[in-house]
Ligand binder design. Structure first.
Ligand SMILES: *[C@@H]1O[C@H](CO)[C@@H](O)[C@H](O)[C@H]1NC(C)=O
Length: 337
């Protein structure tokens, strides 16, 4: 169904088939030197790829998590989705306590039960995930409990003409380190902050620069632009946005704010898409943005992406599965690409 390789490993054919699970486990312990872990996912025979994006969800079904899950199952069937992306804050309130935390089954396995959702879930960590045992969510042990689960700090997901760059955004937020407001963050493998974030940005910039994909989509937990409670994540926006702009990134997809939103950049083609409506929502705030607010839903829901080489269709759905907002973006084929 999928396989993983490092560009520094020459794995192919039978060997790759034998090794792929083994390598998947190894990757978490031995990342390729100077290389971001890379996954390959096939597109459909008709040349399309479809997926759902949900964020901020794990509440054992409460706060409409179950309702959203049901509608994701229905839309997932309709779109014949290839996989799901989770934008983080996977398990509330404080991540998982360890690989044996039953919250994993109670908030994931037992909730997203629809047939169409029995696909790979590619997940990043949110700030709440860092308040528990962050390493647990990255552990291959969870994959032995539910094989859909793939969570890494930062990784690349390639599907022929589209490349997703999933990045670990929590370490960027300085107040989590300097003023954690009584919360404990599990910074094992992350501290010191400056070294970690600058090497992440360097790797991302290099990977984006090398990418020949027609579409480049960056995914992280935190907002870049947002009109909801958390507003723009300035500590992330300042260093990250110039890299996205310099490398022709098409979409930045995030969670963190418990709502759905679409903001268009005023000075680049970048679309900012928030899908953080997996459970608890309704913050009741709306701040202005200097960019163009296309859509804002202060409630539960999720997003779908239908991607072809020449176009992407974006749809946002509410808690009852109704389409709340649609947007399409298209691109000419570049002969040399
Ligand atoms: C769940 O969704 C329903 C239907 O939109 C809404 O009326 C209700 O307030 C939501 N519940 C919560 C806890 O957000």
């Amino acid at each position: 169904m999928f396989f993983i390789h490092c560009s520094s490993l020459s794995s192919s054919g039978v060997m790759a088939a034998i090794m792929h699970r083994f390598v998947a486990l190894l990757l978490l312990l031995v990342p390729c030197s100077g290389d971001v872990p890379r996954f390959e996912h096939p597109i459909k025979p008709d040349g399309s790829l479809s997926l759902l994006v949900v964020g901020d969800w794990g509440r054992k079904g409460e706060f409409n998590q179950s309702l959203v899950a049901t509608e994701m199952g229905r839309i997932g069937e309709e779109l014949d989705i290839d996989f799901v992306i989770s934008t983080g804050d996977n398990f509330y309130t404080n991540g998982l306590t360890g690989v044996d935390d039953k919250n994993f089954e109670e908030s994931f396995t037992d909730i997203y039960t629809a047939k169409s959702l029995q696909k790979q879930w590619y997940s990043v960590l949110g700030n709440h995930d860092y308040r528990g045992d962050a390493l647990a969510q990255l552990s291959p042990v969870l994959r032995s409990i539910d094989s859909r689960w793939i969570c890494l700090r930062s990784f690349i997901l390639n599907a022929e003409f589209v490349e997703f760059f999933l990045i670990d955004t929590s370490p960027f937020v300085k107040t989590y380190w300097t003023d954690p407001a009584g919360h404990h963050y599990d910074w094992r493998g992350v501290a010191p902050r400056e070294v970690y974030t600058s090497s992440l940005l360097k790797d991302l910039d290099a990977a984006l620069r090398e990418s020949t994909a027609a579409w480049k989509i960056v995914v992280g937990h935190h907002t870049l632009r947002s009109v909801s409670e958390h507003r723009d994540t300035v500590d992330l926006l300042n260093p990250l946005l110039p890299i996205l702009m310099a490398n022709g990134v098409d979409l930045y997809v995030n969670g963190h704010d418990h709502c759905l939103e679409h903001i268009s950049s005023n000075d680049s083609p970048i679309q900012y898409l928030t899908s953080g409506g997996g459970s608890k929502a309704w913050r009741g705030v709306l701040f202005p943005t200097s960019d163009k607010l296309q859509f804002f839903h202060d409630g539960q829901g999720f997003m779908s992406l239908e991607i072809r080489r020449t176009a992407i269709d974006i749809k946002f759905y509410g808690v009852l599965g109704q389409v709340l907002h649609k947007w399409s973006v298209s691109k000419e084929l570049h002969p040399a690409a």
